[in-house]
Ligand binder design. Structure first.
Ligand code: NDP
Length: 450
């Protein structure tokens, strides 16, 4: 699909000129503009009032030096980022990513996506994202602590409980959130609800660790229901073995599906018997406590096979694919194999794991496809619930939070489908999510005065 509206074509040229090196950001902006083109055509005031010109430019980008010393006393320098994309409907909110691949482009595209995702959650939260090219892998706990403390020493100036509330993402789990929060609290001398994903002893919400993975599976179930289908009995391929993948596997198994794979950045395991709850406990201990590699699963469960350097999609046939690792991890060749093997639904747990040509192929062959901004929004939604609990200084129990999460995922699915149906393509969840997310932000921008 190419842009046809002259105003949007010009706008895209401006975005390209302003961000010449931000490849992923440009891909993301273009794909969103393509989706919302029918709304722009129907509502000329969006152009007259300059809503789109503002929407494609982050409100603020903060880029800073982070220095820390390793265990041998050597000084290292990394780059830290926080992109505050849009605060129309609430304070900026979005994760922090620690991975050597992180650049300004990564954080900018993720913050842009986050604005639409947060809008879909039904909660009053704007969009932001942050991170650093620091690699936590192979670092001692003291080194990770040193990095987190120095990262927060600069970040604290730009965030706040009603300004910007970061959370976890790749490389940032409960341990790192604890180190970051400890430093923030010390600097500002206040127990603010400034981060989510906190431990339950110090302001965290039950079900937050589970939320993204569970939410993704709840969304997949809703999609399957639209075709009179259900998850029970389905073969599921999942990529990744981190936070999102683990809990997507847990919920899919609880709902009666057979999870055949998990992976990490080194390779994939395929278990033809399915990854049961007991096997998943092994994975959680392996990845979260021992910080080991997925290949060790095959040594523990000999009927499983380990494939070095491979992603799951071409290794076994499945009914449902849940990419839950990272961006661009499911490409056109993978999509062709999924279609040829009879897959019926692809539901993104990660952010933009499916390349655009793969997405087009999957949609073009009649499979159900949901973009991460809709199907992985359960994480940020439950972060929003954590903020609510902090604000009223109460903790809801597990089933209460899970019920709210489930209801939110049902609402996101319904809103996405309704917007797609309104514009004549009921199964187009990409279009539906972009339109539903965008309209709320755009209307608020107009209400607040451009
Ligand atoms: P984790 O760090 O817990 O896990 C990431 C997993 O993906 C690990 O198994 C990791 O392998 C693998 N991985 C990372 N980079 C690559 C790569 N370049 N190639 C192949 N595999 C890779 O992160 P999360 O589970 O939290 O996040 C996963 C995805 O979900 C990300 O896209 C994130 O933005 C998105 N997301 C996460 C949310 C959350 O609540 N956590 C909320 C919404 C979206 P290895 O162990 O080798 O690093």
């Amino acid at each position: 699909m190419a842009l046809k509206n002259a105003y949007l074509i010009d706008l895209m040229k401006t975005v390209e000129a302003r961000n010449p090196n931000d490849k992923q950001f440009l891909i993301t902006v273009r794909s969103v503009l393509e989706s919302i083109e029918p709304v722009v055509e129907a509502r000329p005031e969006l152009i007259e009032k300059g809503v789109l010109d503002l929407f494609v430019e982050p409100e603020r980008i903060v880029k800073f030096r982070v220095s820390w010393t390793d265990d041998a006393g050597k000084v290292h320098v990394n780059r830290g980022y926080r992109v505050q994309s849009n605060s129309a409907i609430g304070p900026y909110k979005g994760g922090l990513r620690l991975h050597p691949s992180v650049t300004e482009d990564t954080v900018k595209f993720l913050a842009f996506e986050q604005t639409l995702k947060n809008s879909l959650t039904t909660l009053p939260i704007g969009g932001g994202k942050g991170g650093s090219d620091f690699d936590p892998k192979g670092k001692s706990e003291r080194e990770v602590l040193a990095f987190c403390q120095n990262f927060m020493r600069e970040l604290y100036r730009h965030i706040g409980a009603s300004t910007d509330i970061p959370a976890g993402d790749i490389g940032v789990g409960g341990r790192e959130i604890g180190f970051l929060f400890g430093q923030y609290k010390k600097i500002v001398n206040s127990y603010d609800s400034v981060l989510t994903g906190k431990g339950v002893n110090w302001g965290g919400s039950l079900i937050r660790p589970e939320a993204t993975g569970y939410g993704c599976v709840y969304f997949a179930s809703e999609m399957l229901n639209t075709r009179g289908n259900e998850l029970a009995g389905k073969r599921v391929l999942i990529s990744g073995s981190g936070n999102v993948a683990q809990y997507a596997a847990e919920k899919a198994t609880q709902l009666g599906a057979k999870v055949l794979s998990l992976s990490d950045s080194n390779g994939t395991i395929i278990d033809p018997d399915g990854i049961s709850a007991e096997k998943l406990s092994f994975i959680k201990e392996l990845k979260n406590v021992r910080r080991g590699r997925i290949r060790e699963y095959a040594a523990a469960y000999p009927r499983a096979e380990y494939h070095e350097g491979k992603r799951p999609w071409q290794l076994a046939a499945c009914d449902v694919a849940l990419p839950c690792a990272t961006q661009n991890e499911l490409d056109l060749d993978d999509a062709k194999t999924l279609v040829a093997n009879g897959c019926i639904a692809v539901c993104e747990g990660a952010n933009m794991p499916t390349t655009l040509d793969a997405t087009a192929y999957i949609q073009g062959h009649g499979l159900l496809f949901s973009p991460g901004k809709a199907s992985n929004a359960g994480g940020v939604a439950t972060s929003g619930l954590e903020m609510s609990q902090n604000a009223i200084r109460l903790n809801w129990n597990q089933s209460e939070v899970d019920k709210r999460l489930h209801d939110i995922m049902i609402s996101i699915h319904a809103a996405t489908r309704a917007a797609a149906t309104e514009f004549g393509e009921p199964d187009n969840y990409v279009m539906g999510a972009n339109i539903a997310g965008f309209r709320k932000v755009a209307d608020t921008m107009i209400d607040l005065g451009i």
